[in-house]
Design a protein around this ligand. Structure first.
Ligand code: AMP
Ligand code: MG
Length: 452
């Protein structure tokens, strides 16, 4: 299955498609999903499709940046440790209150105890932090920042201020963050935690975004058993559906994992038809080679032939091709069902399916989300190895590797076998050997795709 021409004899010689051609065909067929209104947290990682303007200034009112005392500048002018300004405390201003109780003001010789974030009370011009004072005293006893017991709350004592304050000291001005009418976030912004913070701060409960695609992952193979169950002779555990569902989530999708479907074309078609209702993208693994039980190919290729109603899963247009890559040579792509839901049919070998996901499915998911950069960025790194690594002629090879950004080096992990799941688990990047290269000496610079 790894050689090219011999198995194709007897049929017309199939051309090999390049990785770039296949990706370009996929991206050309995929349209971003329709935008919907989502709750803020559901919009995390999504692309905003509206310009969001600021409805009210932030902060909405002048407020204190410190716990301390709101004062008049003239009253604390020239104050020092030796000659403190002694002010009468007229009350407390807590965060969430609307100034001093009963619309009171800070008059000459007076101060109001104020908490961080509380509005600057009328009459006050600055805040002196509690550290610049004796902490205040109520009836001779040190009160600190604990509420004074006598009514009105916080009133009745005195505070000694040891330092002068300029006008507006420790006051966060209304509108100093954003002004009403400002552009908060432009359409096209990807909503990460800080952007979600801003939307919440300006009072937005929902936003219009392109939603996360719903990706249905379906593995095929009569040999597959679900993890946690007993392994019969000749059976193996289904790892692909887990790997791909996890990778789909990692790419930003909502993943639905459908446990392995047996190698039976009718069953597979029926299962796919059932899944169409919740899929923006379908991903299958296995059954795309030239073996006797290659069920995906059997179920989906040429299945839109005469006699099949157009609005069923059988109305599929899936193109199965061979790619000039290793691993991952056999690939299928097309659309299926009444909504022409895109479907990618990946090969079954675990490493092949994962590499195929990274190269083709991840970009498809990100294109559905309307994200600008669909593929992972690659870097250049110097090969670190005991000996030269070989690579098949005419195929772009993706080896599993560890990449050290500090030293700019990359080392292969395990061999090129596409069944080597443990090596994949210990790798953090893909090492790319170009099509025309058949041997790479240590010390050579190569393209590396970090996977994190
Ligand atoms: P296939 O292309 O279906 O012939 O599969 C190629 C190889 O990958 C076979 O050795 C399969 O047993 C294996 N394989 C296929 N699907 C999975 C899966 N979901 N999990 C683990 N191995 C798989
Ligand atoms: Mg199979």
């Amino acid at each position: 299955m790894s050689s090219t021409a011999p198995q194709d004899t007897g049929r017309q010689q199939q051309r090999l498609w390049s990785v770039d051609e296949h990706l370009a065909d996929i991206l050309a067929a995929i349209r971003p999903l329709e935008a919907i209104e989502l709750q803020l947290l559901d919009a995390q990682g999504c692309v905003l499709v509206e310009d969001v303007t600021v409805p009210v200034a932030l902060p909405p009112f002048d407020n204190s940046s410190m716990d301390g005392y709101a004062v008049r500048v003239a009253d604390v002018q020239g104050a020092s440790e030796e000659f403190p300004a002694v002010l009468t405390v007229v009350g407390d201003v807590a965060a969430g209150s609307d100034g001093l109780p009963d619309g009171g003001t800070v008059g000459p010789g007076q101060a109001a105890r104020i908490m961080t974030g509380a509005p600057l009370p009328a009459g006050a011009e600055a805040v002196v932090p509690v550290e610049w004072t004796d902490g205040g005293s109520g009836g001779g006893a040190a009160a600190g920042m604990t509420p004074a017991s006598s009514a009105p709350e916080g009133a009745g004592g005195e505070v000694r201020v040891h330092r002068a304050a300029e006008a507006r000291a420790h006051v966060r001005a209304r509108g100093s963050d954003v002004q009403a009418g400002d552009l908060a976030l432009a359409a096209g912004t990807v909503l990460g935690p800080p952007q979600i913070a801003l939307l919440a701060a300006i009072g937005r409960g929902t936003v219009r975004v392109r939603p996360r695609p719903r990706v249905v992952v379906l593995s095929t193979g009569s040999e597959l058993v679900q993890p946690g169950e007993a392994l019969a002779a000749g059976a193996i555990y289904d790892s692909n559906s887990f790997a791909l569902a996890a990778a789909a989530r990692d790419a930003g999708a909502i993943a639905y994992r459908v446990g392995a479907v047996a190698d039976d074309a009718a069953t597979l078609r029926a299962t796919i038809e059932d899944q169409l209702i919740r899929a923006d993208l379908l991903v299958t693994t296995g059954g795309v080679s030239v073996g006797a039980y290659d069920v995906v190919k059997e179920a989906l290729s040429g299945a839109s032939a005469a006699g099949k109603p157009e609005d069923t899963a059988e109305a599929a247009e899936i193109d199965f091709r061979k790619l000039a890559m290793q691993p991952g040579k056999p690939q299928g792509f097309g659309s299926i069902g009444p909504d022409r839901t895109p479907l990618l049919a990946l090969p079954g070998n675990p490493v092949s399916s994962y590499v195929s996901f990274e190269l083709f499915v991840r970009p498809a998911i990100r294109a559905l989300m309307g994200l600008p950069d669909v593929s992972r960025p690659s870097v250049r790194a110097v090969l670190e190895a005991d000996k030269a690594i070989g690579s098949p002629a005419g195929r772009r090879q993706f080896l599993r590797a560890t990449y050290d950004a500090g030293s700019g080096t990359v080392s292969p992990v395990g061999g090129s076998g596409s069944h080597l799941i443990a090596a994949l688990a210990h790798a953090d990047s893909l090492l790319v050997v170009p099509e025309e290269v058949t041997s790479v000496e240590p010390g050579t610079e190569l393209e590396v795709i970090p996977l994190r």
